[in-house]
Design a protein around this ligand. Sequence first.
Ligand SMILES: C[S@@+](CC[C@H](N)C(=O)[O-])C[C@H]1O[C@@H](n2cnc3c(N)ncnc32)[C@H](O)[C@@H]1O
Length: 244
Amino acid sequence: MSIALDESKIIGEQKRSYVRDMFARVAPRYDLLNSLLSLRIHHYWREAATREARLRPGDTALDVCTGTADLALRLAREVGSSGMVIGVDFCEPMLQLGLKKARRHSRHGQITLVLGDALQLPFASGSFEAVTVAFGIRNVVDIRKAFAEMWRVLKPGGRLVCLEFSLPRRQPFRSIYSLYFHRLLPYIGGLLSHRDAYTYLPTSVRYFPEREKLAQILREAGFVEVAWRELTFGIVCIHSGVKP
Ligand SMILES: C[S@@+](CC[C@H](N)C(=O)[O-])C[C@H]1O[C@@H](n2cnc3c(N)ncnc32)[C@H](O)[C@@H]1O
C-alpha cells in the first residue's frame, strides 16, 4: 500500500495511526535499512547520544520511541547489572524485534520493553535519571506534550537527550544531501521495504522544528541547561536539557 503523505495536512489521530501502521510494516527491514541508508553511521550517533545521557552504573533510564531498542541496548551497558533501562514504543512489531535483540545480547534482565504512548507515559513522576528519544519525536503528534511527559518522569537533576534528523545548513553539502534524502533514499527504501515510509522520512524532517526552535520548545517545557550540537555535517542534532 502506498500513501501520499502531506505532513502539513496530516495531524492528530490520523497521523498517530499512520505512523504506527507504517512502522509495523517496515519493522522487519527497519534495522537493515538503518544500517544501509546511514552507512552504519547511526551507531556513532547513538554512541554520542549515550555519552550525552551521562548515565552511571545503577541508574534507571527510559528510552522513548525505542523501536527495535538499539539505543536502549547501548544505554544498558552504561547502567550495568545494577541498573535498569526501559524502552517504550506504541508499535508492537518494532518492540518484538527489540525483545529478540535484547535476548540475543543476554541483557534482557536489565531491559524491559513496554507498549505505550509517548504522550501518556505509563510511569510514575520522577522515576528516571535520564530519558532519551532517538529519531522518534519527529513522529509524535504533539511534541510539546511528549516533552512535558518526559520532563514529568525524570528525577530532578535528570537529563533529557533527543537525537533527531536535521537538515545540513552549509553548501554544497546541503544540496548533495537533499538529493540523496529526497531521491535516492526513497528509491532504495522502495526496493527493500516500503517506499511511502522512506518518502515520509524526508517529509517529516522538513516539517520538524529547526534546532533553535526545538531548543526553545525544550525551555518552554521546563528544561534548563538546554544545548544542542550537530553531528555529521548537521544531518542529525542532539538536543539535551536538565530537569531542575
Ligand atoms: C524512526 S523509529 C526510531 C526507533 C529507535 N528509537 C531508533 O533509534 O532506531 C520511530 C519509533 O517511534 C515510535 N513512535 C512514534 N510515535 C510514538 C508515540 N506516540 N508513542 C510511542 N512510540 C511512538 C514508532 O513506533 C517507531 O518505533
